[in-house]
Write a protein that binds this ligand. Structure first.
Ligand SMILES: Nc1ncnc2c1ncn2[C@@H]1O[C@H](COP(=O)(O)OP(=O)(O)OP(=O)(O)O)[C@@H](O)[C@H]1O
Ligand SMILES: [Mg+2]
Length: 325
């Protein structure tokens, strides 16, 4: 049987406040198998980072995991204590956060921060940790690693900071890396280098959940992708199937918006409207108010996951139908 590195089933995360309860992660199921890179895409605010934080055990009150199961190589993560979880984080399970500046300590040199991660998880001397930190800096392509190791985060460019984050996430060779928008603030050259680095890690045995707005990067890098909308996965498929035969109108909209950027002179195909507030979701399908295929049933009933083909679940009553002209 193919080994599953990460398996999320029916995960829900809710926040309750005086303004009501909202559920940024609503019955999400996905898996990352050994040796795979899986993309998680969707518009801003759809719950991608919140899903990642739930896997890392980093949902803070008033948010909480209200249902579902998360396993890492068969181990039930939601059943672990905070102490057991912190032993896993950085060792078997790592995350590169969306904003490296807020995740690095501004008053500690970057090399030292990587050393501390090593010392926390491995029984090695300070000197050995220093050596391993220098090696991982070289490995992630930080030029003049010996010099950069002594720099503070603000002394490095955005690309180098992102590499430091990746070095820190990779140094203990985790089973799973969650990379949350790792290339968003970078120029295309640095982005290509970071994507190359992710491929190398995958080849060395780390499975990756790659969160991104950038469909181009997802197409280049991922084996499989999940599309998220308003807290739910609306479509999942192998990457070629998703790009060649998208079945959900939302996925088609996302791909159409990218494709039209390449057709100069024509109007930009965008998805009309915007993601609804999660505490005021419409009845029925959350995408219905923005969808050209929407009918009376979509406004009333929430679609369950159905199959658009082998290994291709989709959450839509009109999956695969063409929009009327
Ligand atoms: N600490 C928090 N407390 C309450 N609500 C939050 C908190 N963090 C995020 N949210 C809300 O949860 C929802 C999902 O946010 P999340 O950060 O997961 O989105 P995302 O898909 O990662 O978006 P982006 O692409 O902009 O990073 C959003 O509506 C956001 O406003
Ligand atoms: Mg995010």
């Amino acid at each position: 049987m193919e080994q599953k590195t990460l398996e999320i089933s029916h995960l829900s995360v809710s926040f309750s406040s005086w303004r009501g309860t909202f559920t940024p992660v609503n019955d999400v199921s996905l898996e990352v198998r050994a040796g795979e890179i899986v993309g998680l895409v969707g518009e801003s605010g759809c719950g991608k980072s919140m899903t990642a934080r739930a896997v890392m055990g980093l949902i803070r009150a008033p948010g909480k995991v209200t249902g579902g199961r998360i396993t890492l190589c068969g181990k039930d993560l939601l059943g672990l204590s905070e102490k057991e979880m912190s032993r896993l984080r950085g060792a078997e399970l790592s995350m590169v956060f969306q904003d490296p500046m807020t995740s690095l300590n501004p008053v500690v040199p970057v090399g030292r921060q990587v050393e501390e991660t090593i010392l926390l998880h491995r029984q090695v001397s300070r000197e050995e940790a220093r050596k391993q930190a220098a090696e991982i800096f070289e490995e992630v392509g930080i030029p003049e690693a010996e010099k950069r190791i002594r720099c503070y985060p603000h002394e490095l460019s955005g690309g180098l900071r992102q590499r430091v984050m990746i070095a820190m996430a990779m140094v203990c060779r985790p089973r799973l890396l969650i990379a949350d928008e790792p290339t968003t603030a970078l120029d295309v050259i640095v982005e290509a280098q970071i994507l190359q680095l992710m491929r190398r890690m995958r080849d060395q045995g780390t499975s990756i959940l790659f969160i991104s707005h950038n469909l181009g990067a997802v197409a280049q890098l991922c084996d499989y992708a999940c599309v998220m909308y308003a807290g739910q996965i609306v479509e999942q498929a192998e990457i070629c199937t998703l790009f060649d035969h998208p079945a959900h109108p939302y996925t088609r909209g996302l791909l159409g918006a990218v494709a039209s950027l390449h057709r100069r002179g024509e109007t930009l195909d965008t998805i009309r409207g915007s993601v609804p507030a999660l505490n005021r979701l419409p009845a029925g399908c959350s995408f219905a108010p923005r969808c050209d295929l929407c009918d009376e049933r979509c406004m009333r009933e929430t679609p369950a996951m159905t199959s658009a083909g082998a290994g291709h679940p989709v959450r839509c009553f009109h999956a695969g139908e063409e929009a009327p002209v």
